[in-house]
Write a protein that binds this ligand. Structure first.
Ligand code: NGQ
Ligand code: ZN
Length: 459
């Protein structure tokens, strides 16, 4: 493999632990050509010395980029009960207003923020297909391409998941008026995904899969047809599932089964499936999912913000299940905060400490959660993003050792401090496929203008 760039790091996170004196060689193809721990002086010649501990880039397993525009704007108590469903009405009102160019500006800035936090890939669960009136755009890829341009400009890898959304609930014939931008068919989403895969054919940082919005949004026939076509074409399938108790109740009323229980019975699940949230899963359902090979995408900050409930992470880790994290509504753009919150919800429920480590049979909670995010994230994104190893995409970030959270921390405890000592350790530099993207500030003006147009706030 032809050499691109050589880096040297005093410490780097390789295969679940800190390796010392590491030479990292990225090939011209944007993948790691070589990774050598214990590199001697001679090996380091010509290598750029990285200014802090090196972590692999994290794939963000679940994003609705447009929701970045409302982060912090749904925190006033409305009249009556406020829960996931009332939040969703407010979210729909925002979704109904966002134009393709606003989406591009919002997503560009968001993706740059994600990069700055150390995410190097994003799985975009994309259902804003139609124009503001609900009519298909002349180009069915209009909104998808806005997201593709945003990812390119920001410099993040993108797994775009055009999303099937056909009805407003288990017994509904179609969509609500305020869901008109989501209207889609198995054919329409598969065509978008195929077109994007073609576009990304020679590109190591663009690919596509399929999302099925949720069981409530799609009937059984369309779910099967879409999932089989996607898996037949080798594409990953993502689906929101069992996030809210009401969906579980509606599913039992409709099918006589809990959502995951029903899905398992369809005999569709395999290692290409990613179940988003799975908050209200029984232990038996979790064991079924683990046996199927499917992974779970957890979005701790959004699940907390929306009052979803607490996922049974100890049961999932004890079963040896795969998972990753997503920032979903982007109420936070920090994977460190997501992992911290994931562990803390377990601690609050169980009144114990180091819940993830104990469930996984390891010593360090941060390592368990981080390694899960790395392994599961690459699979969710359907790209070689499984950490610092030859053949994987050369994605990494360098932590700033002068961050308050890291000052004086022993080298082998840096990940623990990064995850649990808040405010977050700063990411000094980030690389995707061996190249360094521009910081968010380069995209702030476009974002501020879009926000001003939407909300009339400070531009
Ligand atoms: C979403 N959000 O797709 O953005 C959903 C709500 C819906 C979460 N599930 C939209 N957290 O259910 O229609
Ligand atoms: Zn979602």
């Amino acid at each position: 493999m032809p050499e691109g760039r050589r880096f040297f790091a005093a410490q780097a996170w390789i295969a679940g632990g800190w390796a010392r004196d590491v030479l990292l060689v990225a090939g011209h193809d944007g993948r790691w050509a070589e990774m050598r721990a214990g590199a001697g002086q001679a090996d380091r010649a010509g290598a750029e010395v990285l200014p802090g501990p090196v972590l692999p880039g994290v794939a963000n397993g679940h994003s609705h980029a447009f929701q970045r525009a409302m982060a912090g704007l749904a925190e006033l108590s409305p009249a009556g009960r406020d829960d996931f469903w009332s939040w969703r009405d407010r979210m729909y009102a925002a979704a109904l207003r966002i134009t393709p160019s606003q989406l591009e500006a919002i997503a560009t800035f968001l993706y740059a923020e994600l990069l700055q936090a150390g995410y190097t890939q994003v799985c975009e669960f994309h259902y804003l297909h139609n124009d503001l009136d609900g009519k298909p755009y002349a180009d069915p890829l209009e909104m998808s391409l806005a997201l593709v341009r945003a990812a390119k400009r920001a410099g993040i890898g993108l797994t775009l998941l055009p999303t099937l959304y056909m009805r407003s609930g288990f017994t509904a014939a179609g969509l609500r008026v305020d869901q008109r931008r989501f209207a889609s068919t198995p054919d329409s989403v598969l065509r978008i995904a195929q077109a994007l895969r073609k576009l990304g054919a020679d590109d190591t940082s663009l690919t596509a899969g399929i999302a099925i919005h949720s069981m409530r949004a799609v009937d059984a026939g369309a779910l099967r047809e879409t999932a089989q076509a996607a898996r037949g074409a080798g594409m990953p399938v993502h689906i929101h599932i069992a996030e809210q108790q009401l969906e579980v109740d509606d599913c039992i009323a409709q099918h006589g089964r809990r959502p995951i229980e029903w899905l398992l019975e369809q005999d569709l699940l395999d290692g290409g499936w990613n179940l988003v949230h799975a908050t209200h899963a029984s232990v038996a359902e979790l064991h079924g999912v683990q046996r199927s090979g499917a992974a779970i995408v957890l979005c701790p900050s959004t699940e907390a913000n929306l009052g979803d409930g607490v996922f049974d992470l100890p049961a999932w880790l004890a079963a040896g299940g795969r998972c990753c994290i997503g920032s979903d509504s982007h109420i936070t753009r920090s994977w460190m905060e997501e992992l911290r919150l994931l562990e803390y919800s377990g601690r609050l429920v169980l009144r114990q400490r180091n819940v993830a480590a104990r469930a996984a049979g390891r010593e360090a909670t941060a390592a368990v959660l981080f390694d899960a995010a790395i392994g599961g994230g690459g699979a969710a994104a359907d790209l070689p993003l499984a950490g610092l190893a030859a053949g994987q995409r050369a994605d990494f970030c360098v932590l700033d050792p002068a961050s308050p959270a890291l000052l004086g921390i022993p080298a082998d405890r840096v990940l623990d401090a990064a995850v649990f000592s808040s405010p977050d350790a700063r990411v000094a530099r980030v690389f995707v496929g061996g190249a360094e993207p521009r910081p968010p500030a380069a995209h702030a003006a476009g974002f501020a203008a879009a926000m001003h147009a939407l909300w009339g706030g400070v531009a």
